[in-house]
Design a protein around this ligand. Structure first.
Ligand code: SR1
Ligand code: MG
Length: 395
């Protein structure tokens, strides 16, 4: 019998034993089912169930699942558990419940959301989610309004900025989203053979693009505007028609609010590219409408809810309110562009592209996405309105 008093990487059997020993969620002699369901790059996620009763065990491995040589702090799930609890206080009902964090095993037990599905999985099958734009904009705007300096609770905000500092996971983003993607530093970047020259010219040798990406990187590192999820892609979202739960905030930190919004938009655009090239016409249309709706609702909710939280004397000025919003929206476009670029050409390539079966279509998708990404970065100050996204996605 295992003791769990020293860290080791669990497998399905030991995860079952762990839950039996550490919780009273199941009867001692109950036969439990266990499946490793993690499809991310960093953690191991076990779903343990008996009948209608179930729980999730998420354990940090000592290294990335993508690159066995790269070690990452194992206590990152502790931060994630803290973030989830904090987010649940600020926006109740939008994140999974955390039951326990175990410092020795570097794992947390959390609510199983098996009546939801992972958004990326659903979109890749051509599914759509009617209430999505409403739900996700409520989450994003509430998090911004409640954690930014528009309130004059500046001391508390600085304390929280310190509490949620996340140097090692931010380093991964700084490297993968910015450095490696734009400079192919690791030599691990990948595109279809026929696009090699295209990427050389359009990305690695485009000095204007490099400059704008550099500005966005500096803003990512220095602009601690509000508490972010930090990796808000469609694989970090559990969805149902009427609700969304945002999970996996291990990259959370205080950064530019547009980073989360931009990442979300980027992954919807890439899902739209997949849908368009896979014959999912309705899904493609829904994604294009949803990107526009997210921008519209983000602006509407920001304008409507801002006054309730804006106690800083400058933030109370009308022009300031609009200036902050436009800054977030143009940052969002810039980060959306960079997220698309790194997911198309970088090491963390996503299924939305890799799973386009026809090779010529896949190469065409790469080129199309790279062109859209560049436009988002270079023209980001224009992207303060849904209309430009509609126009971008029409092509
Ligand atoms: C080594 S982790 C690679 C990527 O997966 C995560 O979801 C983050 O986006 C990270 O950049
Ligand atoms: Mg993740």
């Amino acid at each position: 019998m295992k003791c769990f008093d020293e860290y080791f990487l669990m497998d399905e059997d030991s995860a079952v034993e762990y839950v039996k020993q550490k919780t009273a969620l199941f009867e001692k002699d109950e036969v439990l089912q266990c499946k490793e369901i993690g499809d991310g790059n960093l953690n191991y996620v076990y779903r343990i169930s008996a009948g209608a009763n179930s729980v999730i065990v998420k354990q940090a491995g000592p290294q990335s699942r993508l690159n066995a040589g790269k070690r990452i702090s194992k206590n990152r799930n502790q931060r994630e558990a803290e973030v989830l609890k904090f987010q649940d206080k600020l926006v109740p009902g939008f994140v999974p419940q955390v039951y326990l964090y175990d410092e020795t095993m570097c794992c947390c037990l959390m609510e199983d959301l098996s009546d939801y599905e992972i958004m990326r999985t659903g979109l890749l099958q051509g599914k759509t989610y009617s209430g999505f734009a409403q739900s996700i904009t409520t989450f994003l705007i509430t998090m911004f309004l409640k954690t930014s300096d528009i309130s004059n609770n500046h001391e508390e905000k600085k304390r929280l900025t310190g509490q949620f500092l996340n140097p090692d996971l931010c380093e991964i983003s700084e490297r993968l989203v910015f450095d490696e993607a734009l400079f192919n530093l690791s030599g691990r970047n990948f595109v279809e053979d026929e696009n090699e020259l295209f990427v050389q010219e359009q990305v690695y040798l485009d000095q204007a693009l490099i400059l704008e990406a550099g500005k966005l990187k500096m803003n990512f590192m220095n602009g601690s505007q509000s508490l972010l999820h930090g990796d808000l892609h469609t694989g970090s979202l559990f969805v149902r028609q009427d609700a969304v739960r945002v999970f996996d905030p291990e990259f959370a930190f205080y950064g530019p609010a547009g980073y989360d919004l931009g990442s979300l938009i980027a992954h919807l655009i890439m899902a739209g590219e997949h849908a368009g090239r896979s014959g999912f016409t309705d899904c493609r249309r829904w994604i294009c409408e949803t990107v526009a709706e997210i921008v519209i609702l983000y602006k509407e909710k920001y304008m409507a809810w801002y006054e309730e939280y804006a106690s800083d004397v400058f933030a109370r000025q009308d022009d300031m309110k609009v200036w902050i919003l436009n800054g977030i929206l143009s940052d969002a476009a810039g980060y959306a562009g960079l997220e698309i670029l790194r997911r198309v050409i970088g090491v963390a390539r996503i299924k939305d592209i890799a799973s386009i079966e026809d090779r010529t279509a896949r190469a065409a998708a790469e080129r199309h996405l790279i062109c859209m990404a560049k436009r988002l970065v270079m023209e980001r100050e224009l992207f303060t309105d849904s209309g430009l996204y509609e126009e971008l996605l029409k092509r």
